[in-house]
Design a protein around this ligand. Structure first.
Ligand code: NFA
Length: 102
C-alpha cells in the first residue's frame, strides 16, 4: 500500500473524452397527393432501401403520418432533406422531408 492509498488502475478509469457528434433523424411526412409509387422510388433512390422495405416504410408514413427513414450526421441529414425536397418539387409533388436531432 503506497502513501496515496490502494493503487487504482488509472488506465481503466481515465477514458478519453471525445464527444460523439449528434445524430439526426430524417423524417418523411404523409400528405394526400404524393403518389405511393413516387414515395417508394424516393426511399430507394435517396436512402438505399430495397423495394419491399421501401413499400413498408411508405405504408408506415401513409398510416401513421410520419416515419424515420434514416439517422445520419447533421451534414448528411441536411443533404438527404435537400435532395428529397428538390426532387419532390421538380416532380410537382408536395412530399415533405425534415430532420430533427435524435
Ligand atoms: N398518402 C399518399 C397517398 O395516399 C401516399 C404517401 C405516403 C404520401 C407517404 C407521402 C408519404 N397517395
Amino acid at each position: 500500500i503506497g502513501p496515496g492509498g490502494p493503487d487504482v488502475d488509472l488506465a481503466t478509469k481515465v477514458k478519453p473524452k471525445t464527444a460523439k457528434p449528434p445524430l439526426y433523424k430524417v423524417l418523411l411526412l404523409n400528405d394526400d397527393y404524393t403518389p405511393m409509387e413516387f414515395v417508394v422510388h424516393v426511399l430507394q433512390r435517396f436512402f438505399g432501401i430495397d423495394h419491399s422495405g421501401a413499400v413498408e416504410v411508405m405504408l408506415t408514413v401513409h398510416r401513421k403520418g410520419v416515419a424515420v427513414v434514416g439517422v445520419f450526421s447533421h451534414e448528411i441529414a441536411e443533404t438527404k432533406v435537400t435532395q428529397v425536397m428538390d426532387y419532390a418539387q421538380r416532380n410537382q409533388h408536395p412530399l415533405q422531408c425534415t430532420m430533427e436531432k435524435e
